[in-house]
Design a protein around this ligand. Structure first.
Ligand code: SF4
Length: 444
């Protein structure tokens, strides 16, 4: 199948070998599945529930809004609105700062949010509005934080957006830097999709280890600014939060660990490793009891599904490599074989782990496009694709089962309860009779 692959993409695809070409700009014309810089920044910052998110650009950019990342909130619902300066031709010719200033004044006077994030998108990157000057003017006039995220989509890809979001968060946190530390953690890189942050926080509540701030699922500005006091950062989505974790270590002296809460094995490991660093003896005992109780329940739940899942073939294409690794492990525990695995923004070491734990001959791809995914799914005879909104239509057109493991998921897939939800969902879709009808009707 390599004959159908663009020459310049060949080194980004391997079948079990090491040395995958990754962490690079997408190949022009290859139709990458990656989102733009602005989207990367927006998905990280948007779940801050009481912040105001203003898109300074044409209205189209504002389509990236709450529902592209279905984060839940226990408090303010302000973040579910989408606000834009809606730049038109006239603004592009004469500049958009008047519109931006008017919008910011309106927001400051009506909503009085603790912080406003301004996302300057592609057009603003071209016309060069002085967004920073307007932000400082509004901060001074109204006494609130206005943080500019210069995120023209063309400046790179989603990973740069993650970094810009990290920089924006550092601007919010740095004035609250302190040497007074608490024996408590921050959770980074969980966005409370379908309530997943609540599940993780409940585990730590039962264990007795305090969580100071969560980035950024179900967070408020008042909670986030407590973060510099924590003693450890636990990073769930490494792709989006590694930069922030590194900066917090440099600036606030907070060490960090990667911890995946997807799958039985990884959830137990994440809890154990966190407690090993910071837990008291009593907390470690409570963690052991929790892991034993929940693992037993989850295993008993999974057992009857195993015969129906045994031998099925899975394809995985998700945002970050760390999650892809957890998914390979989850499929192994369910008796499925992973035949294809890839990520939009995976790192070299993550691809090496994938090569080690996946079956020999598994296709591993960095920054794939739909054509490559289609070619290898057909070649390998995948029964299910696990991905996000951009992969869903591909699976449906091929008559292959699909599981949404991205921003739009409706049932929580993290923690021990996530294992049971994942098992139910995989079984429901992979064993549905509908795919045979789709395949029979297909004209390709
Ligand atoms: S690529 Fe540019 S125009 Fe398109 S959504 Fe991203 S920032 Fe907006």
């Amino acid at each position: 199948m390599l004959k159908d692959i663009l020459e310049e993409r060949r080194n980004s695809i391997s079948q079990g070998g090491a040395g995958l070409d990754c962490e690079k700009a997408s190949l022009a014309g290859a139709v990458s599945q990656r989102a733009c810089v602005y989207c990367g920044a927006r998905v990280v910052l948007n779940p801050i529930t009481d912040a105001f998110h203003l898109v300074h650009g044409p209205i189209g950019c504002a389509s990236y809004t709450w529902d592209i990342r279905g984060s839940l909130s226990a408090g303010s619902e302000l973040f579910r609105q989408s606000f834009s300066t809606d730049l038109r031709e006239r603004d592009i010719v004469f500049g958009g700062v008047d519109k931006l200033r008017a919008g910011l004044k309106e927001i400051a006077e009506i909503y009085k949010p603790p912080v406003i994030f301004i996302y300057a998108t592609c057009v603003v990157g071209v016309i060069g509005d002085d967004v920073e000057a307007v932000a400082r003017e509004i901060e001074k006039a109204y006494g609130l934080r206005v943080i500019v995220v210069q995120a023209p989509g063309f400046a790179g890809h989603k990973s740069l957006g993650y970094r810009l979001a990290g920089e924006a968060l550092m601007k919010l946190l740095t004035p609250h830097k302190t040497d007074q530390k608490e024996r408590a953690i921050n959770i980074l890189g969980d966005y409370n999709l379908a309530g997943e942050m609540w599940i993780i926080k409940n585990y730590f509540r039962e264990i007795g280890l305090p969580v100071l701030a969560s980035f950024t699922g179900d967070s408020s500005c008042a909670d986030l600014i407590k973060a510099p006091r924590a003693s450890l950062n636990v990073v769930q989505c490494a792709g989006s939060m590694t930069y922030l974790a590194q900066k917090m270590e440099e600036e606030f002296g907070i060490p960090w660990i990667k911890a995946s809460f997807f799958g039985l094995e990884d959830t137990a490991k994440a809890l154990r490793e966190t407690l090993d660093i910071l837990g008291t003896e009593a907390e470690i005992e409570r963690a052991k009891a929790l892991i034993a109780r929940e693992s037993e329940k989850a295993k008993a739940f999974i057992e009857p599904y195993l015969p129906a899942l045994k031998g099925k073939k899975a394809a995985i294409f998700v945002g970050g490599g760390f999650k892809a690794i957890s998914l390979i492990r989850q499929f192994i525990s369910l008796g499925l074989t992973t035949v294809l695995v890839g990520a939009q923004t995976g790192q070299k070491e993550e691809y090496e782990v994938m090569a080690k734990i996946a079956s020999p001959g598994t296709v591993i791809l960095d920054d794939a496009n739909p054509s490559e995914l289609e070619a290898f799914m057909r070649e390998k005879g995948a029964d299910i694709l696990v991905g996000g909104v951009k992969e869903r239509p591909l699976a449906y057109k091929l008559g292959v089962a699909f599981c949404d493991h991205n921003h739009e998921r409706q049932s929580p897939l993290a923690g021990f309860v996530g294992v049971t939800n994942f098992t139910k969902e995989i079984n429901l879709t992979i064993n549905s009779p509908v795919w045979s009808y789709v395949q029979a009707a297909a004209t390709f």
